[in-house]
Design a protein. Structure first.
Length: 158
């Protein structure tokens, strides 16, 4: 874990597997459905964390539309951002345990009927805060970054 004056508790970098998925041309109804987000995160994390006590999915509803959700259980954290107006979603799952790229991808694609996606895997990730208020604040910030990253670039003509 990296230590700095701004980090508290278990927040920091960790080693394990992080799977990141960005999907587009997704089902707008599923993207707006909080139950789909909860079930997706619980299913993915539940396959990895089989002995850790169940944790609650935190859902952040964006006033501008859409939602973000996070689940931290044991040594696994998953964050989902759904943007119905863009027909897009992002998912990041980080775990110190064995994390299946194919299983995670399949669950994401099926939940949102994603038409096209890209994925990346790396051997480190960031631990999320376990405090609910800090987690909600982190989720809102990550959502803003995810929107900037996946939003189509404006057309520029010269």
């Amino acid at each position: 874990m990296v230590s700095s004056p701004t980090m508290r508790g278990n927040v920091g970098l960790g080693y394990g597997t992080q799977v990141s998925l960005d999907g587009e041309h997704a089902d707008p109804a599923a993207l707006a459905d909080e139950a789909v987000a909860r079930a997706t995160l619980e299913g993915i994390v539940g396959r990895v964390e089989t002995t850790a006590p169940a944790g609650a999915v935190l859902v952040y509803r964006d006033p501008a539309g859409g939602l973000s959700a996070a689940l931290v259980r044991g040594e696994t954290a998953a964050v989902l951002h759904a943007f119905p107006e863009l027909r897009a979603a992002t998912l990041q799952v980080f775990s110190a345990h064995d994390l299946s790229l194919s299983g995670t991808t399949k669950a994401f694609l099926e939940a949102y009927s994603v038409g096209r996606f890209q994925s990346s895997v790396r051997a480190f990730g960031r631990h999320l805060p376990r405090d609910e208020r800090e987690l909600e604040r982190a989720l809102a910030g990550e959502r803003r970054y995810a929107r900037l990253r996946i939003q189509p670039a404006p057309v520029v003509t010269l």
